[in-house]
Design a protein around this ligand. Structure first.
Ligand code: DQA
Length: 147
């Protein structure tokens, strides 16, 4: 199976950015650990972080018929992007929405997501571990769907 991990704007700053909220691990560290977990599960992991909405949309389009599952932290685009929602609907690739922070315990504008109702599930509040939980869930889902 192929799993595409997408990270949205400002997540390139992980480790340095508001560490009390987002943790001290860099995105490179998180992806390295996730890649190891993927290898153990015989999953091919692809990753893109972008600060540009269209690059995330292009990556979703490119995944059409090539990617089995998407793990996405849309970051601030969670709360703004109808275009990301439409891209995910267009390719119909099952996906999990991940947030490092508990978006429900923060500003009111973070409570609404344009993606949650079309996601397989949402994981938030567990820091970098959320990506690992998502990969675990993706693996279970894909193996079930294949049998
Ligand atoms: C985030 C939460 C978003 O509200 C915020 O805009 C981010 C990161 C998270 O991982 O907790 O950039 O998606």
């Amino acid at each position: 199976f192929t799993v595409l991990v997408l990270n949205g704007p400002n997540l390139n700053m992980l480790g340095k950015r508001e560490p009390s909220i987002y943790g001290t691990q860099s995105l490179a560290d998180i992806i390295a650990e996730l890649s190891q977990q993927a290898t153990e599960k015989h999953i091919e992991l692809k990753h893109l972080q972008s600060n540009a909405e269209h690059e995330l949309i292009d990556a979703i389009h490119q995944g059409f018929q090539q990617v089995d599952f998407i793990i996405i932290n849309p970051a601030a685009y969670t709360h703004t992007s109808v275009a990301l929602r439409d891209a995910l609907l267009a390719v119909a690739i099952p996906f999990i929405e991940v947030h490092l922070s508990n978006v429900h315990a923060r500003e009111a504008f973070r409570k609404h997501s344009y993606l949650s109702d079309i996601a397989l599930g949402v994981i938030c509040g567990f820091g970098a571990q959320g990506y690992s939980f998502a990969l675990e869930a993706a693996s279970t889902y894909l193996n079930k769907a294949a049998n």
